[in-house]
Structure formats: C-alpha cells, structure tokens
Design a protein around this ligand. Sequence first.
Ligand code: ZN
Length: 160
Amino acid sequence: MTVARDSIVTIHYTLRDDAGTIIDSSTSGEPLAYLHGRGNLVPGLERELAGKNAGDKLSVKLAAADGYGEYDKQLVQQVALRSLRAVSDLKVGMRLQAQTQHGPRTVTVTRIAGDMVTLDGNHPLAGKNLDFEIEITAVRAATQEELSHGHVHGAGGHHH
Ligand code: ZN
C-alpha cells in the first residue's frame, strides 16, 4: 500500500540537527504511527512520505520553514514572577501552558532574572533545519473511527 491521505503510516525515524547530533529517535523503542494528510507531522515530512511504500527508507532534509517554522521573536514574552506563583519549583527549561496574546499555548521558561520571567512560545525545534532518516515499516487504510477522531488507534497510537 502507498502512503496517501488517510493512510495510517508506521515509521521508525531518527532526527538530527545541522551538526549531526541526534535530537530524537524511535529506533530504541516502538515505531511511530500517524494518520497521514491531517497535519500530524510537520508539512515537509508528510510531503516527502506521500507516494512511498512500506519498506522504503528515505532521508529527508527540511529547512526550518518546512519543519517547526521559523523562530518568531514575537512569541517571546516577559511576565512578572508573581504571576507564576501557582507553579511550584519554577525553573529554566520547564514547559508550561500559558495564556498569551495568541491564545493558550505551551511555552518554555528560558530565563528567570529578579522578579521577571521570560517565556518562549516557539516550538523547541523552531528555527532549526531538520535531517530525518525514515524507514516506513507499515502502511494501512485508516478505520472510520480513526478518521472521525483524527488519530491512530491500536499499536503506536492513542488508547481509549
Ligand atoms: Zn480516538
């Protein structure tokens, strides 16, 4: 079966940055299963996987814009430390759900200085070029239930 919109695609992947450092990899655990064509993977990766088959191996290099997007300085904001007093053990590197000018989003605490905290709403991989090694281990059609939920059920997917 060929990867197309509404396929359930199972892949092993290794993601490296420009320096060749491994950022993320599935190879020591379970492969990743995703519903193709619904924006579950970054756009450039879905585009490259379309039309491929189970057993195919591919190397995909993506510029930041085709990955997690360019780094957007507008998504960095300073807030008063006291506004985060509900967060216990606040520290740099922590990920929080925060209300921002762009609605609720996940932010990373990047700096704590005096009584001000810097929150960065960019994805941790924003602004980075991505270098994926992919092996497609399986391709099947999605079930009606998976299509209505917009995600994969069973091995490698969501559990209910
Ligand atoms: Zn579901």
